[in-house]
Design a protein around this ligand. Sequence first.
Ligand SMILES: [Zn+2]
Length: 109
Amino acid sequence: MSAPTAATTAMPQRALRHTPDELTFVTLDAAGEIAYFHSASQHKAGAHNVTALDLDTLDTFCFCRGAEFGHTCWHQVHVAAAWRKVAYRVRCARMDRPTLEAHGHSLAK
Ligand SMILES: [Zn+2]
């Protein structure tokens, strides 16, 4: 696996053929600053691409074949939207019980 490549700003045409739903949330790093997703590789059966999103800077990184060759891949285009779909659930899952209960009570008011 080569070093990750940061995304550029241009949206590649191939990104229009994909959606954020194709990226599956895997985990956050220990500090809760990097969200990791995977998606099925189109080049290697049974393999997954790993895409990361820095939640502070919104920088994206991908270990897919396209990114390896310096292209902005569809994974990087859609990873922030994929995060927005799971962020609330993931953050609640990381809360300890008292914090989660307090959050639940604040929503019930
Ligand atoms: Zn990619």
